[in-house]
Design a protein around this ligand. Structure first.
Ligand code: IMP
Length: 461
């Protein structure tokens, strides 16, 4: 009996399934930070909103801080997507976000005062609510670590971790939809309030008088907040799903950044959500196949706020600290959310390469290049020394990272002010050499270079 001839590749390579969703737009894009946050994602989101039909925040809460400069005016946003400035496109706060209602309404009021109407704001009914006890628990946990000589996480104290923890617990969680149904809210509070009062009284700092939460007061307060939110609240997942399946393009706005991702960041010094692009479909409620291209946003150097190891931090000598101070001042490296001065370091390409690979980025956005003007010699880490051997592997684990020493390459700096450059040709050779090294090391092309905070101060490559 003769056996039919099969080519080896036909028998070993599985055939891809036919796409089940041929209508998906080819232009849906996720924008993610590749470092420890504050890379300038808001500016890129704002630039790319023109090319998409809707914008969605898929993770985090009021811990994020995006500054957007439009026509010389600076807007600091925390919960509301940067796309809000484009009144004709839905700016969605997705189901994966945790919302502090008071904070969100304050942001809406602030924007309205400055002429941004927010009529395009859409809030998912499935997003979770940050309650007062989440913020208190966040604070108490940090204080507990300090009191026990453990480095605190350095959280923003916005209640992010405790709120996500309750979301996973389920029985002690409140969703935005619950604020619109006072009877449901009342039922939930009836069990949650006594539970939280018992736990918080037990862990409150010795000497502090914990004032227990009151069911009635909270019911009134949060039902009233729900009423104010009502015009914005809808089944955002259905809206996005319908858009995705009818070929509309969606811009996914990542908050925080890859190295703060709860699963893939420098654990435990991370936030509590999936802030890499891996979280985009889950946090927005659309299929994976909807996210067609991914842009990774990175600074031309490194910054970090909060605790945790940062291998290239500039803190080892007076000279290092002076360079860091200069970068901090020129780059306005003070937290948008908490005002804390950010820790500053040389560019860490071991970390960025890891993030780029994890997210599968198609292009890089290199931000704040202008801030490096005037630094005589630019140092870039492209390997670490771990246990006496060089490696370009990055292990997202704080303990491992503590044993990693950066190995640097040096590049001549540039002194010219580049804030008026609008093409690559206008950049000094030294800046272009620096950029080429970044592209080669990461293996991904740079698509945007930012040379100043304004939208116009951008070079599209
Ligand atoms: P949390 O998100 O408030 O729990 O804080 C956890 C860690 O993430 C802390 O080190 C914060 O400083 C950091 N973090 C959270 N969000 C951001 C952000 O948007 N930019 C920079 N750091 C952030």
């Amino acid at each position: 009996m003769s056996t039919p001839a099969t080519s080896p590749s036909a028998s070993t390579t599985p055939k891809p399934y036919e796409p089940a969703t041929p209508a998906m737009a080819a232009t849906s894009t996720a924008i993610v930070g590749l470092q420890w946050g504050d890379e300038g994602k808001g500016k890129i989101v704002n630039l790319l909103t023109d090319r998409h039909d809707a914008i969605v925040r898929y993770n985090g809460g009021a811990n994020a801080g995006h500054s957007v400069v439009v026509k010389g005016e600076r807007f600091a946003l925390h919960l509301i997507p940067s796309g809000i400035m484009h009144a004709d496109k839905p700016a969605v706060v997705g189901p994966g976000v945790v919302i502090d209602p008071e904070w969100l309404l304050k942001e809406v009021a602030g924007l309205r005062k400055r002429g941004v109407g927010c009529e395009n704001l859409v809030i998912s009914d499935h997003a979770h609510v940050v309650m007062p006890w989440h913020k208190l628990e966040d604070e108490l946990r940090e204080a507990f670590l300090s009191a026990n000589s453990v480095e605190p996480i350095g959280t923003t104290r916005r209640g992010i971790g405790p709120c996500y923890a309750d979301k996973a617990q389920r029985s002690t969680a409140i969703r935005i939809a619950d604020l619109l149904r006072p009877e449901v809210l009342s039922q939930k509070l009836a069990t949650i309030v006594p539970f939280k009062n018992a736990v918080l009284a037990a862990i409150a700092r010795p000497g502090s008088t914990f004032v227990p939460y009151d069911h009635r007061t909270l019911l009134e307060q949060f039902a009233a907040l729900g009423e104010q939110l009502r015009p914005f609240v809808t089944g955002a997942s259905k809206l996005l799903l319908d858009m995705a399946h009818s070929g509309k393009s969606i811009l996914f706005e990542g908050a925080n950044a890859t190295l703060l991702d709860v699963d893939h960041g420098t654990y435990p010094y991370v936030t509590s959500s999936t802030c890499s692009a891996l979280g985009a479909p889950a946090g927005a409620g659309v299929p994976f196949t909807c996210v067609r291209s991914i842009l990774g946003v990175m600074k031309a150097y490194s910054t970090r706020v909060g605790g945790g190891v940062m291998p290239t931090e500039l803190i080892n000598s007076d000279a290092d600290r002076a360079i860091a101070d200069g970068i901090r001042q020129r780059g306005r490296e003070f937290g948008t959310t908490t005002g804390r001065p950010r820790r500053v370091g040389w560019l860490d390409l071991v970390a960025v390469r890891y993030s780029a690979r994890l997210n599968g980025v198609h292009g890089l956005c290199l931000m704040l290049l202008d801030v490096l003007a005037g630094v005589d010699t630019l140092m870039v880490a492209d390997r670490y020394e771990v246990d006496g051997s060089p490696t370009n592997t990055f292990v997202p684990d704080a303990h491992w990272l503590a044993g990693a020493r950066p190995i640097y390459r040096s590049f001549p700096g540039f002194s010219a002010d580049i804030t008026a450059a609008r093409s690559l040709r206008e950049l000094p050779t030294q800046a272009r050499t620096y950029m080429e090294f970044i592209e080669q090391t990461i293996g991904v092309p740079i698509r945007f270079v930012s040379v100043g905070p304004d939208r116009a101060q951008t070079i599209e490559c």
